[in-house]
Each structure stands twice: as structure tokens, then as C-alpha cells.
Design a binder for this molecule. Structure first.
Ligand code: R5P
Length: 317
């Protein structure tokens, strides 16, 4: 007989965990997650998990350190409570951008965080739109890497825009943008961006045609919104007919909301991989849910079925 499936949530995105549970028709596992008086993270699993196939939903979004600590402590508690298998469901993987020594005397934070997650007791990881696909190799346990593209694709296909061009806001996102352009039957353009500091970027030029086109700028995340709004300004100045932005992870930190509200864009489409709080919401935001996608993947992992087939089926849907 298959082990019982149980889902738990950290404090980062309980609403998404509830939506996944709703899709699966299961109840969210009971756990306490909160701070001790001195600010340390305190967790307690409030139900029996012995022998269970456990999934812990916790994006490591801001406040990243608290959320990461909650994730590893939850898994440590589950492991010590004799859960049979633990899958860390990480809809947004923080620290991912520090994935190599791009200058002297810096850490490779993404690798350290991957080690922490494994050492805490994760047997598997389920991730969504990792900043770079090769991050999978930072883990020595199985990683299922999902893409939010089926969710976005469904939305943009149904909105029936003509004369579309998909724009990558930097060379790093060009592969992602090419995939969207192909499936939407749209043109492709790439913004040649230079990062001046962690908060400021500069656009050098645009490769491809954006004049009189309905532009969709695609990225994996919007952090300070510098990259994506700079790209929007440039394509606007080059004569785009309309501009929409899409990114899986709405980190929305620092000046992001102000930048997005000032940008010449009709819509900012993101997912609920990270919660979009009411007081940190761009005026034109549209949030699409990845709960069904994650729920289906969880079901397939539980039943030892192929997860990549799910992705193909979702895209053809
Ligand atoms: C860059 O490599 C990423 O794909 C994003 O474009 C970038 O990290 C977003 O950051 P920000 O919104 O602060 O420009």
C-alpha cells in the first residue's frame, strides 16, 4: 500500500498551499510556524507523520532568511518524526542568482542553500522556473523542475493578440522568450542590457523589430523591476503599439511597485509562486495561479508517474 500523502506549509505562502490542497482534495497538515520571543524560528508538527509521503510548500522569497529557516526546520522536524519521504516544494528558490564566483572572494550561495535543504532532510525537490536550469545539478537528490509557461501560454493565447513580438529583457532570458514566441506564433526581440549595480541596469540596444507590434516582455522574476521596466521604456520609445509584462516570480522589492506603475505598460502578469500583498500591488497586475500545476506534479510524484509528461500535456491543453 502507498504511504499516505500529507501536505504542510511554511509561513511564506500558505494561500498557495491551501489552493494546492483544494486541487488535490486533501487537508493542509497542521503545524505551528512562528517566531520565538527572541526572533528565532519555531516550528512544531501538530499531527502524526510516521511513514507518510510528505510535501512541504515553501517558496524562499523575502524575508528569505526566515522562510529558508522555516523550510529547513520543518523538514528536520518531519524527518525526526519518521516521515517516510520529504519533498521540498519550492515555487520560488531564493539565493539562486548567486550561482557562481563572478568575482573574487564571494560565496556560491545557491550551492550552500541546496546543501542546507538536502542536509535538513529533503529527499526530493519540486521547483518552478529556477533562475537557471543548471541549478538542478546543485542538488544530489532528484529535482523536478516545472515551468509556469503552460499557465501563461493559456492566458495569452486566449487573449488573442495579433502582431505580437515577445521580448527578452536581457540575453539571459532569450531562451525563455524564444519558447514563448514559438508557441504564440509571435516575433522575437532581445534587449541588450548591462547591469551597473544590483539595483541599476542600462539598456544598450534592441535586437529585433518592435515598432507597431504588441509586445510581451517575459522574464523569470521581477525583483526591483529595473530590468523589465527599462526594457518597456525602450520598446515604447521604439514605437511598440502596446506593452505587457509577464514574469513567474513577483518579488516586487524596493522601488518595484513605483517603477511598474510609472512604466508604459497595459498589464503586469505574474503567478502566485510568491504572494502579492494588497499593499504591494502594481495597478495593472494580474495574478495567475500555479496551484493546479504544482498539485498535478505532487500527485504524479506521489504515484511515481512521469512529471515531464504533465508538462507536455499542459502545453498541449
Ligand atoms: C536576471 O538575470 C533576471 O532574470 C531578472 O531579469 C532580474 O534578476 C530581475 O531583477 P530586477 O527586477 O531587480 O531588475
Amino acid at each position: 500500500m502507498r504511504n499516505q500523502m500529507k501536505l504542510f506549509s511554511g509561513g511564506a505562502n500558505p494561500a498557495l498551499a491551501e489552493r494546492i490542497c483544494e486541487h488535490l482534495g486533501v487537508r493542509l497538515g497542521e503545524a505551528f510556524v512562528g517566531p520565538f520571543a527572541d526572533g528565532e524560528v519555531r516550528v512544531k508538527i501538530e499531527e502524526d507523520v510516521r511513514g507518510a509521503d510528505v510535501f512541504v510548500v515553501q517558496p524562499t522569497c523575502p524575508p528569505v532568511n526566515d522562510n529558508l529557516m522555516q523550510l529547513v526546520l520543518l523538514m528536520d522536524a518531519l524527518r525526526r518524526a519518521s516521515a517516510e519521504r520529504i519533498t521540498a516544494v519550492i515555487p520560488y528558490f531564493g539565493y539562486a542568482r548567486q550561482d557562481r564566483k563572478d568575482e573574487g572572494r564571494v560565496p556560491i550561495s545557491a550551492k550552500l542553500v541546496a546543501n542546507m535543504i538536502t542536509n535538513a532532510g529533503a529527499n526530493r525537490v519540486l521547483a518552478l522556473d529556477l533562475h537557471a536550469a543548471q541549478l538542478q545539478g546543485f542538488f544530489d537528490i532528484p529535482v523536478d523542475h516545472l515551468y509556469a509557461s503552460p499557465v501563461f501560454m493559456k492566458y495569452f493565447k486566449h487573449n488573442g493578440l495579433k502582431d505580437m513580438t515577445v521580448v527578452a529583457p536581457d540575453v539571459g532570458s532569450s531562451k525563455l522568450a524564444r519558447g514563448y514566441a514559438k508557441r504564440l506564433g509571435a516575433g522575437l526581440a532581445i534587449v541588450d542590457k548591462r547591469r551597473v549595480s544590483d539595483k541599476k541596469t542600462e539598456v544598450m540596444s534592441v535586437i529585433g523589430e518592435v515598432k507597431n507590434r504588441n509586445v510581451l516582455i517575459i522574464d523569470d522574476m521581477i525583483s526591483t523591476a529595473g530590468s523589465i521596466t527599462e526594457a518597456a521604456k525602450v520598446v515604447h520609445d521604439l514605437g511598440a503599439s502596446s506593452i505587457r509584462l509577464a514574469a513567474t516570480h513577483p518579488i516586487f522589492c524596493g522601488p518595484a511597485i513605483e517603477r511598474l506603475n510609472k512604466a508604459p505598460v497595459r498589464e503586469v502578469v505574474v503567478t502566485d509562486s510568491i504572494p502579492v500583498e494588497d499593499d504591494r500591488r502594481p495597478d495593472t497586475v494580474k495574478v495567475l495561479s500555479v496551484a493546479r500545476l504544482l498539485g498535478e506534479a505532487i500527485l504524479r510524484i506521489h504515484h511515481a508517474e512521469s512529471v515531464s509528461r504533465l508538462f507536455e500535456a499542459e502545453l498541449d491543453d
